[in-house]
Design a protein around this ligand. Structure first.
Ligand SMILES: NC(=O)c1ccc[n+]([C@@H]2O[C@H](COP(=O)([O-])OP(=O)(O)OC[C@H]3O[C@@H](n4cnc5c(N)ncnc54)[C@H](O)[C@@H]3O)[C@@H](O)[C@H]2O)c1
Length: 248
């Protein structure tokens, strides 16, 4: 595949390494920062020459970029987080143009195995009211959104399985938490590529289930595999659609 890398930060560089390992080529790197990448914006990019775009950029860029991919019918894999408010607009843009688009807050295969474990954990404590459940996520100091998209995904899976938790609380609490609220807390600093913890806590003990991303390689491999899967398809997909098909 000839790939357009959109966003040439930490993830964009990791994507480039993974593409080389899997025998794919890079058409160009798009990034508005001076001295970073080859092109400043998608408006300058030869979209017709690419097989697929892989974007890990900024939430504010996602909708405009989606319009450009759709206009050129360029399939796009988007790992950028924090654009929940434009999700519907992006979906309509892609579907109206008959484009191909896959997005996900976490492209790592291990994280999806973790989501399944967490959902199961939330279900098996249902008959044991002494166990409460909560989520903590830790990320490097450069991360611009909180809670992480992955933490929100974890929280959704817990809400789906839990008979007690009904709502996510991810803001500062100046009051006692309600029994039906699921607390999702964020810690920022250092260089963590992404650590997510789910606690099952009772008066007698604590059970911790942790996913630790050791580096960015797992996210990049998942995104490149998703690009290979997407080329030739049409539609607005989530990473779960790809994972489900790959993991069976
Ligand atoms: N889905 C996943 O698996 C996953 C994994 C890691 C990070 N992320 C997300 O990916 C995004 C990028 O992460 P990162 O660690 O590489 O961040 P980063 O800050 O290192 O890099 C982002 C780059 O995007 C560039 N950028 C900003 N606006 C742009 C635009 N309009 N077009 C092209 N490039 C633009 C910035 O200049 C920067 O170089 C974040 O939203 C992060 O949360 C997702």
């Amino acid at each position: 595949m000839k790939v357009l890398i959109v966003g040439y930060g930490g993830m964009g560089r990791e994507i480039e390494r993974t593409l080389a390992e899997r025998g794919h080529g890079v058409l160009a790197r798009v990034d508005p920062q001076p001295g970073v990448g080859d092109l400043k914006s998608l408006a300058e990019a030869p979209l017709g020459e690419a097989d697929v775009a892989i974007e890990f950029s900024a939430s504010s860029a996602v909708l405009d970029n989606a319009k450009r991919y759709a206009a050129s019918r360029l399939p796009a894999v988007v790992g950028t987080t924090g654009w929940e408010s434009s999700r519907e607009a992006v979906r309509r843009t892609v579907e109206d143009a008959g484009g191909a688009y896959i997005w996900g807050a976490n492209f790592s295969i291990g994280a999806h195995l973790y989501f399944d474990l967490v959902e199961r954990a939330a279900r098996i404590i249902n008959p044991f009211p002494q166990y409460d459940i909560m989520v903590l996520e830790m990320h490097h100091r450069r991360k611009k959104d909180s809670p992480s998209g992955t933490a929100l995904k974890i929280a959704e899976r817990i809400l789906a399985a839990s008979e007690r938790k009904r709502r996510i609380v991810d803001t500062r609490l100046d009051r006692r938490i309600e029994d039906d609220e699921l607390h999702v807390a964020s810690l920022r600093g250092g260089d963590f590529p992404g650590t997510h913890k789910v606690y099952l806590d009772s008066p007698a003990d604590t059970i911790e289930i942790t996913h630790t991303a050791r580096n960015r390689a797992g996210f990049a491999l998942g995104a490149v595999l998703a690009a290979e899967w997407l080329v030739g398809k049409r539609g607005f997909f989530q990473v779960e659609d790809f994972i489900r098909e790959r993991l069976g």
